[in-house]
Design a protein around this ligand. Structure first.
Ligand SMILES: [Mn+2]
Length: 439
């Protein structure tokens, strides 16, 4: 059975094409800077928005009730099995190599944990067969510890240990099925790991409990021989008023506090970065430069809105700076560009799902082409090196290698008490040069 009969397989048609269901820039086998485009970009479709998103918002009921032909909108095993078939049809038609999912996206929850686990086993057995039939692989799996009412006060950070125990059982099972499916990662996104009010919250105790959960997950991963990376996904707020995984710098501090910095990488989502008050690319660039960028949830937000809109990236400048960071870190090892993005509530045609993915895949493919020129020309790198050139010699170099004390620097200053020469930061020149690579 065909689940999306209105859409054919999306092919590369070249830059002259004006077809929104063809790739103009994403030619997956083409080599760019020594690697195939598909190896640089490692595109992944997320299961939750694409197959479980129904367009509902806090003010309105679902607008998208039938995602694919034969979707009866129910949360039954029969519909869940149809849904995974439809999902793999979409992955193959888009030509993406990877997908991602939460446990509860793919299989209905039962009345007991045992029943829930049995449902998950059945569905993931079929997913494994579909992976083998199509060659599509699992980028990462995750446990949803935020939707069910039991998690309203948190999963790993819940004041009630009984909820922590239930969350741990769910994490174990989700790691098991991720391992079975050969997943390249397992993500912790702490949507409810935070607080709504500081007066009723023991922050340090909650964060320590969260570290305990991560440590148990790492121990279990090693015990069963799961080779995927463990990832934490920062987000500052929403649904909670404050979330402990605020941004990349906060999470790295937390990981180092608990000795987890070599065991856990970061799954960075630009829309979350924007909610933390940073520029779109800030967290991607920082995590990449610190060697902690495991994967990216490729999406963007709207500056005019204060919440997580999970939009597909279509902007060329954003796509280019994102790909610049990926090229400069040498590409992903086990991560990729996962479309944690959704079509709008008002985009109700099945083809909209395809058009959205094609537009973003193409924007990022063009971004990769732009960034490869930018990086290989080396102009911007030279401008950056020149700005810091003082640190490569003399007193700057001595400070960097730790050979100076405050007394040394006072003596140095007394010897040469001239004012530092004012040096332009050249921001406008950097932006002008960036634009030379965006066409
Ligand atoms: Mn995400």
């Amino acid at each position: 059975m065909e689940f999306f009969p209105e859409v054919a397989k999306v092919e590369y048609a070249g830059p002259e094409s004006r077809d929104v269901l063809a790739y103009r820039w994403y030619n997956k086998e083409e080599v760019v800077m020594g690697k195939k485009m598909k190896e640089w970009l490692r595109f992944s479709v997320c299961f939750w928005h694409t197959f479980r998103g129904n367009g509902s918002d806090p003010f309105g009921k679902p607008t998208i009730t039938h995602r694919f032909a034969g979707d009866d909108g129910s949360d039954t095993m029969e519909n869940a099995l149809r849904r995974v078939e439809a999902a793999f049809e979409l992955f193959v038609k888009l030509g993406v190599e990877f997908y991602s999912f939460h446990d509860v996206d793919v299989a209905p929850e039962g009345k007991t944990l045992k029943e829930t686990n049995e449902n998950l086993d059945k569905i993931t057995d079929r997913m494994l067969e579909l992976q083998q039939e199509t060659g599509v692989k699992l980028l990462w799996g995750t446990a949803n510890l935020f939707s069910h009412p039991r998690y309203m006060n948190g999963g790993s950070t819940n004041p009630d240990p009984k909820v922590f125990v239930r969350a741990a059982a769910q994490v174990k099972k989700a790691i098991d099925v991720t391992h079975k499916l050969g997943g390249e990662g397992f993500v912790f996104w702490g949507g409810r790991e935070g607080y709504m009010h500081i007066l009723n919250t023991d922050m340090v105790r909650e964060m320590n409990h969260y570290a305990k959960m991560l440590k148990m997950a790492i121990a279990y991963k090693k015990k069963i021989g799961f080779g995927g990376q463990i990832l934490v996904e920062p987000k500052p707020r929403e649904p909670m008023k404050h979330q402990y995984d605020y941004d990349v710098q906060t999470v790295i501090g937390f990981l180092r506090q608990h000795g987890l910095e070599n065991e856990v990488s970061l799954n960075v989502e630009p829309n979350h970065t924007q909610l933390a008050g940073h520029e779109f690319e800030h967290d991607v660039v920082l995590a990449a430069q610190l060697g902690m960028l495991g994967s990216v949830d490729a999406n963007t937000g709207s500056e005019s809105l204060g919440w997580d809109t999970d939009e597909f990236i279509t902007d060329q400048t954003r796509a280019t700076v994102l790909c610049k960071a990926i090229i400069e870190m040498g590409g992903f090892v086990q991560g990729g560009l996962n479309f944690d993005a959704k079509v709008r509530r008002e985009s109700t045609d099945p083809e909209d799902l395809f058009i959205a993915h094609v537009a973003s895949i193409d924007a990022l493919a063009k971004g990769l082409r732009n960034a490869s020129q930018l990086v290989s020309d080396g102009r911007m790198r030279k401008m950056l090196q020149d700005r810091y050139a003082g640190w490569d010699e003399g007193i700057g170099q001595k400070i960097e290698i730790g050979e100076t004390s405050l007394e040394d620097l006072e003596a140095h200053c007394l010897q040469d008490d001239t004012e530092p020469v004012k040096t332009s930061a050249k921001q406008e020149k950097f932006l002008a040069v960036l634009n030379h690579y965006i066409s």
